[in-house]
Design a protein around this ligand. Structure first.
Ligand code: NAD
Length: 472
């Protein structure tokens, strides 16, 4: 296929083999207003439905996602490069969040009570209007769905700006939403670049923005929206630590840590990135290396999103080796038969990493684990606490009291005890701490309801004979 030069059209390259998969239209910031106006028009009717009526669309959409899960997963696999199994799990998570949205009529029901005799206060949960969602390349389907189902079921109309690298599965989902009967323009999917993001932050009729991506861009979006007095939540990057104690179950720790560091080729904001080994944990590291050797690029290990991202990961590995780390498993430049044009890095483990190295501090976003050795649990906790990020963290031990102490002291929003990827399931919410999240509340679960809505408090008096007091 010819390389397109029109700046409003972009080729989508599959990381699996480096071949062009499709093309997508790119929307410009200057075009945004027309789509916001469409979303505003759609809001007039959509916002007027009851919560229960809106949830019915989500029931139908859920059924369609289940029926077309394989098709959606294929698209995610092709556009992002993760394995087909991982892509299916991603779509299943989109379905789970949609199920949570179906339960909103039971949860977001408001409140009322008699605050003084004959006087009632009613608190109702109201939508905001037009809202927007800006999403990253590593979960092309799930991350937009964190926002989609919840924000529109609560009555808003939504503009999604997916990562321009991976728009295909969300564009397909738009077709499914139409098939589910969702009225026109309740959800619009506009792939675009920086200028479109800036226009979203600046548009006065967009009432709230959720962003998920790197910390650098999360900060830009958070600041720009805040400057425009717009409600915003920004989820950023991560550097997740796993503390391993010598009494941890060897095999369980090895399989969990291997899966955490290599799942989605390490391109997850919940991936294990640093293992802090406390005292004698060599037996666990040996098992971990053996587990990682079973994870083969192009088979049960997916691709890296781009050529540049692959080169960046390799630079981190080489720099750490040059600074004295021991490479105990080197996954660089694997041969992937039949997919030679793809971007792959095999599982890589570096031991004796120091906390001051870039590999120990920065988000690598690849299937790479840095092992830092410590002699005390206090030092291990301090290493984790010193991280600028705070998305996830975990402790592996068989001691309940120690696990409890560590879980209390880790500085991260999502904690695992003997779990390598401690992603909360619905209705518990997803969101980190520190530089992994900017804003109040979380992006899914009950915590997200407040973000997408505003409270109306109506005080009513029906007993004219009651005396006036200063409150009523
Ligand atoms: P990214 O920050 O490069 O891009 C995210 C979005 O921002 C995309 O839609 C992109 O088009 C847009 N964008 C990029 N640069 C921009 C700029 N200068 N100004 C305005 N908009 C810009 O992130 P990515 O590489 O697509 O995704 C990977 C990152 O996302 C990792 O850091 C990962 O940890 C993070 N992530 C975090 C979570 C979380 O829940 N905390 C979840 C998934 C991914």
């Amino acid at each position: 296929m010819a390389v397109l030069t029109d700046e409003t059209v972009q080729n989508i390259t599959s990381p699996i083999n480096g071949e062009i998969l499709d093309t997508t239209r790119l929307y410009k910031g200057s075009e945004l207003d027309a789509y916001v106006q469409r979303a505003k028009n759609a809001y007039k009717a959509w916002g007027g439905l009851t919560l229960r009526e809106r949830a019915q669309f989500m029931y139908r959409y859920r059924e369609l996602m289940i029926a077309r899960c394989d098709e959606l997963a294929q698209l995610v696999h092709q556009e992002n490069g993760k394995t087909l199994g991982e892509a299916r799990a991603e779509v299943e998570k989109s379905i789970e969040v949609t199920e949570f949205a179906c339960s909103l009529p039971q949860i977001a029901k408001g409140d009322q009570s008699e605050v003084s005799r004959g006087v009632f206060c009613q608190q109702s949960i109201e939508s905001l209007g037009v809202v927007a969602n800006i999403t990253p390349s590593n979960f092309p389907h799930m991350v937009p769905h964190w926002t989609l189902a919840i924000s529109i079921t609560l009555g808003n109309t939504l503009i999604i700006k997916p990562s321009e690298r991976v728009p295909l599965s969300m564009l397909k989902s738009l077709e499914l939403l139409k098939e589910a009967g969702l009225p026109e323009d309740v959800v619009q999917v506009l792939p675009g670049r920086q200028d479109l993001v800036e226009a979203i932050c600046d548009h006065p009729d967009i009432k709230a923005v959720s962003f998920v991506g790197s910390t650098k861009v999360a900060q830009i979006v958070y600041q720009r929206c805040s400057q425009n007095l717009k409600r915003v939540i920004g989820l950023g990057g991560a550097k997740n630590h796993i503390l391993v104690l010598p009494d941890a179950h060897t095999q369980m720790s090895a399989t969990n840590i291997a899966a955490s560091m290599t799942g989605c080729a390490g391109q997850r904001c919940m991936a294990a990135s640093v293992m802090v080994g406390v005292n004698k944990v060599d037996h666990i590291i040996s098992s971990l290396i053996e587990e990682c050797k079973k994870i083969i690029p192009g088979e049960n290990l997916g691709a890296i999103i781009s050529k540049d991202a692959k080169a960046r990961i390799e630079t981190y590995i080489q720099e750490a080796i040059d600074q004295g780390a021991t490479c105990v498993l080197d996954g660089r430049n694997p041969q992937v038969e039949g997919k030679e044009g793809g971007y792959y890095v095999g599982p890589t483990i570096l031991d004796n990493v120091r906390p001051d190295m870039a590999l120990a501090k920065e988000e690598v976003f690849g299937p790479v684990l840095a092992i830092i050795r410590t002699e005390s649990l206090e030092d291990a906790i301090e290493i984790e606490n010193n991280s600028e990020y705070g998305n996830g963290a975990a402790i592996f031990t068989q001691s309940g009291p120690l696990a409890k102490k560590v879980a209390q002291e880790l500085s991260a929003g999502m904690i695992g005890v003997n779990i390598g990827v401690p992603v909360p399931r619905e209705p518990y919410s997803f969101g980190g701490w520190n530089d992994s999240k900017f804003g109040v509340g979380d992006i899914t679960g009950e915590s997200s309801i407040g973000f997408w809505t505003q409270l109306k408090k109506t005080t009513t008096k029906w007993n004219p004979e009651a005396q006036i007091n200063w409150m009523s």
